[in-house]
Design a binder for this molecule. Structure first.
Ligand code: IMP
Ligand code: MG
Length: 176
């Protein structure tokens, strides 16, 4: 396993995002929606950088199953119960890769009547490829292979790592 993004770089990115989001949302009482499970750690840190009135509700989706590449359609396992009509929403997502997951989530929030719908992402892996999804707050931009840690997983494992790591073949084989 190779360290890609150390803890202190994540912390600095989260603080910067917190300041940007606070400037934009401090007066609008948004609903903040972490996308489970991968964003739970990022969301816990980021939300503590937001010292203004807000609500938190959750959405749980999956698309990756236990593979290191997207497979099939996005499954929605949990939607926010908080009424979103006319409310500003801030989606908190761990990683954008192809952009398919976020496109679907943004569409769902709009259909629920949220306005505006903004997006904060810790790691943008898109590089040159990927869908043109508008991300309003980007923590770190880096095209890379499959990563784990700081909440993100491979086959359910490695979420407890403090930094973000690129997997090697033995790390994958351990939970295949
Ligand atoms: P996309 O739909 O291709 O943009 O993929 C984004 C979704 O897949 C996010 O919900 C991520 O949690 C997950 N994902 C994408 N790349 C990685 C990765 O390198 N490690 C862990 N999860 C990832
Ligand atoms: Mg995810």
């Amino acid at each position: 396993m190779k360290l890609l993004i150390p803890e202190d770089e994540i912390r600095a990115a989260v603080r910067r995002l917190g300041a940007e989001i606070t400037r934009d949302f401090a007066k609008s009482d948004p609903v903040v929606v972490p996308i489970l499970s991968g964003s739970f750690m990022f969301a816990a840190d980021l939300i503590r950088e937001l010292p203004f009135p807000l609500e938190v509700d959750f959405m749980k989706v999956s698309s990756y199953k236990d593979a290191t590449a997207p497979q099939g359609p996005i499954e929605v396992h949990l939607e926010p119960g908080t009424p979103l009509r006319g409310r500003p929403v801030l989606i908190i997502e761990d990683i954008i890769d192809s952009g398919g997951t976020l496109l679907r989530i943004i569409e769902d929030m709009r259909r629920a009547g949220a306005e505006p719908v903004k997006v904060a992402v810790l790691l943008d892996k898109r590089g040159e490829k990927g869908k043109p999804v508008p991300v309003d707050y980007t923590g770190i931009k880096r095209a890379c292979d499959f990563v784990v840690g700081y909440g993100t997983d491979y086959a359910g494992h490695y979420r407890n790592l403090r930094g973000i790591y690129v997997l090697d073949e033995p790390d994958i084989a351990a939970y295949r």
